[in-house]
Design a protein around this ligand. Structure first.
Ligand code: AMP
Length: 307
């Protein structure tokens, strides 16, 4: 019983007020897998890269316990490339370039070994590919989590809307929740989005934390106040990895456990933004993760006696 992760494995070029990178390893599935690897060791990856993708990056994922049998390497083709620029307000970014490359014709293959997966994380990718992965699993996993972004809302809304009916949890940011629902109020947006299919909705609000909704309840997790946010790229995916990794390790999909998972996700996102790309979440240990979660507990714990 395991966690299946799909999403991009990519090259990113990032510009923030702290500096600029050339092509570095990134991608939704990369961040998700690395982040989840601090909670569970049974992680199976499905994605695609070109023959320009460095083998040491694949080794690095393997060394963190990620099974890369489902990572296709396309000879003579180029890896998905994304570049983005952040301004002083790190909560919003401009996408400078998206080159789909190998992603344009990606046909996901699910190795037989992956078929018994209990938890599925559909990381950011074309909704049609996310559909295909669900179609190709013999049994529906116990929990299906979907992450997507405005890019796909702009170019593949019908596929995305039908996908929402097939998933349990949707994670998007506040701007995307507003775009998808047409509502400015996030409470109204959550009601509309939950009516589209998912049982749970997580709205990520960058440095302002994250909200977890179901039909009748809402939970808020803060973001850790950090002195410097170095590079927000991958924060959402690191959040998703911590969230689903914790759920896969506990196998508990109650609302109370989803709340805990949101805290673990927030802790992983807070690490991710401290360095460029995946550098920080590649090199953590479980003591650091526990200490970070304790900071979250301390941040929000207070006693009030009401008469
Ligand atoms: P996040 O900052 O969590 O939203 O994720 C950033 C990662 O998403 C980067 O490493 C990119 O390679 C990847 N990414 C950017 N645009 C897309 C897209 N349209 N589809 C899939 N992955 C993307």
């Amino acid at each position: 019983m395991s966690l299946l992760v799909i999403g991009t494995v990519a090259f990113d070029a990032i510009e923030t007020p702290f500096g600029k990178t050339d092509k570095i390893v990134g991608g939704a599935a990369t961040f998700i897998g690395l982040s989840a690897s601090y909670f569970t060791h049974d992680i199976n990856l499905v994605s695609v890269v070109g023959d320009d993708f460095p083998s040491d990056a694949i080794e690095m994922m393997k060394n963190r316990g990620i099974n890369t049998e489902g990572l296709q390497i396309k000879q003579g083709e180029k890896t998905f490339f994304w570049s983005g620029k952040y301004h002083n307000d790190m909560n919003s970014r401009d996408t400078l370039e998206t080159q789909l490359n190998v992603l344009a014709t990606f046909d996901p293959t699910i190795p037989e070994k992956y078929q018994d997966c209990e938890f599925l994380m559909l990381g950011n990718l074309a909704p049609s590919v996310q559909h295909q992965v669900l179609d190709r699993l013999k049994n529906r996993p116990k929990l299906v989590v979907l992450d997507t972004m405005n890019f796909w809302m702009d170019i593949a809304l019908p596929e995305l809307t039908s996908l929402l009916k097939r998933v349990d949890v949707l994670t998007i940011n506040d701007e995307e929740a507003r775009q998808l629902s047409g509502e400015y109020s996030l409470v109204k947006a959550s009601q509309k989005i939950l009516a589209m299919g998912p049982k749970y909705l997580i709205i990520k609000k960058g440095e302002h934390g994250a909200l977890l909704f179901n039909k009748d309840q809402v939970f808020f997790a803060p973001a850790l106040p950090l002195e410097d946010v170095f590079d927000p790229t991958g924060a959402g995916d690191s959040f998703a990895g911590g969230f689903i990794g914790y759920i896969a390790s506990t196998k508990d999909i109650s609302f109370d456990n989803l709340k805990r998972a949101v805290i673990f996700g927030s802790a992983m996102a807070s690490f991710s933004v401290e360095k460029f790309g995946t550098e920080r979440i590649q090199n953590l240990n479980s003591k650091e993760v526990d200490a970070r979660v304790k900071q979250f507990i301390d941040l929000v714990q207070f006693d009030i006696s009401l008469v």
